[in-house]
Write a protein that binds this ligand. Structure first.
Ligand SMILES: O=S(=O)([O-])[S-]
Length: 150
């Protein structure tokens, strides 16, 4: 079985274990490999403008805000923006800070015609450590994957 199929199979198994109503869940390294190898893969970053600007972003990601800083009010145009910018035939990899908002978006996308949707576990910044700090326990940045900052 090819490396991509192994990643997707592991993602599907996680979906079953976690009871996810979408295709699966991938680790950041796996999401990066899928981005590199599958022409249909799209990394969708659903964090806020403030996070993109001040924390950093992944090159080549599509950015659509799901909730806005401050207050984290939902973006009422999210679904329209998603369908305008991302082909429903894509392999959609959804990224947020630590995997919670991206799970919400993955559910929405799957319920609206996106048939291959994966949540990126750990997100861009990972979970908090015992000091309450992110970026040391998993996440896209901590795993050394490509990112950039203004
Ligand atoms: O982006 S989040 O998972 O920290 S809510």
């Amino acid at each position: 079985m090819s490396r991509m199929n192994l990643i997707l199979q592991a993602a599907h198994e996680r979906a079953e274990q976690m009871g996810l109503p979408y295709s699966g869940a991938v680790l950041p390294d796996e999401a990066y490999e899928l981005m590199q190898s599958l022409p249909k893969a799209v990394l969708l970053d659903v964090r806020s403008h403030a996070e993109w600007q001040f924390v950093g972003t992944v090159p080549q990601s599509v950015k659509i805000e799901w909730r806005s800083f401050p207050g984290m009010a939902p973006n009422p145009n999210f679904l329209a923006q998603l369908t305008h910018q991302v082909d429903p035939e894509s392999v959609l990899l959804v990224l947020c800070r630590s995997g919670v908002r991206s799970d919400e978006v993955a559910r929405l996308a799957a319920a609206n015609g996106y048939s291959e949707v994966y949540n990126v576990l750990e997100g861009f910044e990972g979970d908090k450590d015992e000091m309450g700090h992110r970026n040391s326990v998993g996440g896209w940045r901590q795993r050394g994957l490509p990112w950039e900052q203004n």
